[in-house]
Design a protein around this ligand. Sequence first.
Ligand code: NDP
Length: 445
Amino acid sequence: MSEIQEVLGVVKRRNPGETEFLQAVTEVLESLGPLLARNKKYKDARILDRIVEPERQMQFRVAWTDDQGNIQVNRGYRIQFNSALGPYKGGLRFHPTVSASVLKFLAFEQVFKNSLTTLMMGGGKGGSDFDPKGKSDAEVMRFCQSFMTELHRHIGANTDVPAGDIGVGGREIGFLFGQYKRLTREFTGVLTGKGLNWGGSLIRPEATGYGAVYFAQEMLKTRGQNLEGKICTVSGAGNVAQYTVEKLLDLGAKVVSLSDSEGTIYDKNGIDREKLDYVMDLKNVRRGRIKLYAEEYKAEFLPGKNPWGIKCDCAFPSATQNEISGKDAKTLIDNGCAVVAEGANMPTDPEGVERFLAAGILYGPGKAANAGGVATSGLEMAQNAMRLAWTREEVDNRLHMIMTEIHRNCFETAEEYNAPGNLVVGANIAGFIKVADAMLDQGLV
Ligand code: NDP
């Protein structure tokens, strides 16, 4: 049995039922074959066995009271996966589907993604099965305070720096930061995605979406093309989706869809700036459902459907994991889709990934294409450490440079390991080398 299959066997035994985690580990390990064949040092130091095991994993009770005075109990987590390259860094997700498996897959992906950004950050992830949907601001605040009352023991500006993810935006980061400051009597850059007037970075809210579009631009460049006039579908309607649409509009593309967990809106006329402002107000201020867009602008609403049946040139999955099945991937390819840039984490299931690679379309896996968010979090940490703030233009230029560099690195690594154009192989090998070499240097810890 190969070393990779042996390690996968151990991961399966040790993490029973953790399907998402196993999916993410399988994808990474299975692309490392050519690298391991050329480098015995990783086997000698049992790097594979070590890299699939989180350094530390916390699970805790989060008790809080709702507006009616009822006691509620949720489960909180923080997974500190790998600190070879720096303090643990990765978001917090508040969503009813959150489990140890989901957070471990996200933390594992984060290790390699952070490595690709060229900044010094380890990988982690956390969150809770708490659902902020339908909760009042006061309930969200009480939950965040209770959550941070435990979490604060495990994090710190040089230890572990969480950020947002699904269900955790500016409002939640504010409440979490306030409680951290109260408990520790310290005003430090312990969270990223902070408000602009108290330590946040310009462009951080935009960064994941903008970055995914910059990555798509780089992929298209390799075929002498650009985004102008391209028909694009976007899933989700949250942070990543909104700023993906914004950048696509800036670059002259036509965006025809958005979605949420209730369904998809299909706007044949295209989502313009005014309609996007409506979505931002609907989702970020009024916290309403995307269906209302269809009523407002006489667009089609596809209840319970994702956008992958809509004909497009480029697709930007920006909602959640496994939202593109093998069947969806086939439909996209059959309809002429030639670019997929993943704003979400692991949005394509393994059969879908196989199909995209076999079809030879431009496929940017999440750990490369959506790294702009964490990269800009890294820039927020740098500004906090220097106690100064860069301009919007400066941060955006750095983000753009980082995304260009990530693409170049993945593209060239894929060529070097005999998988030209396969950015899955490129991202996994390039991300792995830096972490694994740091682990070798740091000894058996
Ligand atoms: P938000 O909470 O802002 O938005 C999430 C969107 O996806 C909402 O429209 C939500 O719909 C939809 N969604 C979530 N879960 C599901 C589901 N199970 N089925 C269908 N739709 C769903 O999150 P973000 O935009 O921040 O995150 C989106 C994706 O991008 C995630 O995969 C996240 O891990 C990834 N990502 C985010 C980064 C960031 O900086 N924020 C960085 C890198 C990756 P509804 O409101 O109905 O739940």
